[in-house]
Design a protein around this ligand. Structure first.
Ligand code: F6P
Length: 550
């Protein structure tokens, strides 16, 4: 096994320390001194226009960060990933979500086997199935067409599909809707199925492993609900489940055990991580909702950014620069969190999606060779769409004591045709996007507050310190291709950070212990005295509380 380079021992790290010691953000002075700053520090990747001029980047910092990438071998690791090497060492797997969006004439080999034929074969089956559902030729047990698709999955088998479905709602076929069940909380399945017609529903059970407790429990629950609903209507048909349940998984044996016909199972491969799987068969609900053509556009968006990440010169490489900037913020400015603030209501689940992508990937305390990390890793990603967030938590970003780098995302055009008056409203909306990054960067000085006639005793409360770092990401519109580009951008930002830190960004052992304990606690919860006695005092007390109050 190769050993990662310790970033803290590099020349670049020492240089970054020096730069940090002498660093003042002072955006007013920086913009005044350098009229080209906005232009020089703005970049294009595909349809994404990324303005980093209000970030803590300057020529020296950029050079030192790029040097850090060189010294830690980010490009080599990227190339190893793209070649299909087993860079996920703790699971001994290749990391090839990028293969999911390559074209059929490409070659990507895993252990000497070109996986592109497999990728395209599954995609074609997905498209054929999606088309049948969309055209109404896939019929339910009573001969009716499907109107509601219910995706049952959790983590990567839920967050990607639901986020993308919500983001691309204007592209969803009329008369079709998707719903999503993820939580093992029985209220999730109960609420989601409320009002669903069993004769026109299609369940997609999505689970990479097909062993995930939440998903299998919910799938069994959904099947019982479905059969009970049919029975209540006097419909008995042994073939009913086959017409209303399909699966997406890497574990086709377990799918068959559940009772889903192999013909209705859509596979993917162990080299696709759950949080990187929305562009695999896990995106089946989306493919049905928006149709194969738009799904292809979605994939082409990912491909655009993959190609940019693989080939753009380092100094222009947007995911690389943004990943390195995050290292700068986390490791030199102590930023513990990073906000992602889409000015697009359709992207309201994007921050939640990014939480799994970034935090399951980079929340690691050992490096890929098992040795402890040498610096902080994995900041908390969070956010809400603007302008809602402005009226909730922006106060802390503007005037609080913590440094919170923030990515602002906005689109020049809405994707739907505007009715009278809405064009003005879109402009008002964008006005907020422009204003927030401006206020965060340039603030309002004490003198400016005084000049407004503010009483002296509240002048400091009304001062905006400014100099808060932001990245502004703009695109013409939130199309399927642009959504693919945005997701791939953050995938490669996450990759870059993990590569510098020397961690395996593709395993997730940290979620295992709680899962295992949840299973082990079942006897204690259901009243087995010895099992209850064996618990620690706090857990015992909580279970006793539950048993006394249920
Ligand atoms: O939370 C751990 C995890 O393994 C995620 O990485 C994954 O996306 C999720 O569980 C769901 O797993 P599966 O798709 O196998 O049901």
């Amino acid at each position: 096994m190769s050993h990662p380079i310790d970033p803290t021992t590099t020349r670049a790290w020492a240089r970054l320390h020096d730069l940090h010691d002498g660093f003042t953000a002072d955006f007013r002075a920086r913009f005044a001194a350098d009229p080209q700053r906005a232009e020089r520090l703005s970049f294009t990747a595909g349809d994404l226009f990324v303005d980093l001029s209000k970030s803590y980047l300057d020529d020296d910092v950029r050079d030192a960060l790029l040097e850090l990438a060189e010294e830690t071998g980010v490009a080599q690791r990227r190339d190893a990933m793209l070649r299909g090497e087993r860079i996920n060492v703790t699971e001994n797997r290749a990391v090839l979500h990028t293969a999911l969006r390559r074209t059929a004439d490409d070659t990507v080999e895993v252990d000497g086997h070109n996986v592109m034929a497999d990728v395209r074969e599954v995609l074609e089956r997905m498209y054929a199935f999606a088309t049948k559902v969309r055209e109404g030729s896939w019929r339910g047990v009573t001969g009716k067409a499907i109107t509601t698709v219910v995706n049952i999955g959790i983590g990567g088998s839920d967050l990607g599909p639901v986020m993308a479905y919500e983001a691309l709602l204007p592209y969803v076929k009329d008369g079709l809707e998707c719903r999503f069940i993820s939580n093992i909380d029985p209220t999730d399945v109960g609420e989601t199925l409320r009002g669903v017609d069993p004769e026109t529903v299609l369940f997609i059970v999505a689970s990479k492993t097909f062993t995930t407790l939440e998903t299998l429990t919910n799938a069994h629950q959904a099947r019982s609900w479905f059969l009970a609903q049919l029975a209540a209507r006097g419909i008995q048909d042994p073939g009913a489940v086959a017409k209303h349940f399909v699966a997406v998984s890497t574990n086709l044996e377990k799918v068959a055990e559940f009772g889903i016909e192999p013909a209705n199972a859509f596979g993917f491969w162990d080299w696709v991580g759950g949080r990187y799987s929305v562009d695999s068969a896990v995106g089946l609900s989306l493919a049905i909702a928006i149709g194969p053509e738009h799904f292809e556009e979605f994939l082409s968006g990912f491909r655009t950014i993959d190609e940019h990440f693989a080939t753009a010169p380092a100094a222009q490489n947007v995911p690389l620069l943004m990943g390195l900037l995050n290292i700068w913020y986390v490791n030199f400015f102590g930023a513990a969190t990073h906000a992602v603030l889409p000015y697009a209501q359709y992207l309201h689940r994007f921050p939640a999606y990014l939480q799994q992508l970034t935090m399951e990937s980079n929340g690691k305390r050992v490096r890929w060779d098992g040795s402890p990390v040498t610096t902080q890793t994995g900041e908390v990603f969070w956010g809400e769409p603007g302008t809602n967030g402005q009226h909730a938590f922006y106060q802390l970003i503007h005037q609080g004591t913590q440094l919170i780098p923030a990515d602002f995302i906005a689109f020049a055009n809405p994707v739907f045709a505007l009715v009278d008056g809405e064009a003005d409203q879109h402009e008002l909306f964008l006005g907020n996007f422009f204003a927030q990054t401006k206020a965060l960067a340039f603030g309002k000085t004490l003198d400016e507050v005084r000049a407004e006639g503010t009483p002296e005793e509240i002048v400091t409360a009304r001062e905006f310190p400014g100099n808060k770092p932001t990245a502004s990401i703009m695109a013409p519109a939130l199309t399927p291709a642009v959504l693919g580009q945005l997701i791939a951008l953050y995938e490669h930002i996450t990759f870059t950070q993990g590569a510098v830190w020397g961690i395996d960004s593709f395993d997730q052992w940290g979620v295992e212990l709680g899962k295992q304990m949840a299973k082990e606690l079942t006897p204690a919860i259901s009243g087995d005295a010895a099992a209850l006695e064996a618990q620690d005092a706090s857990t015992r007390q909580l279970i006793e509380y539950y048993r006394a109050h249920r």
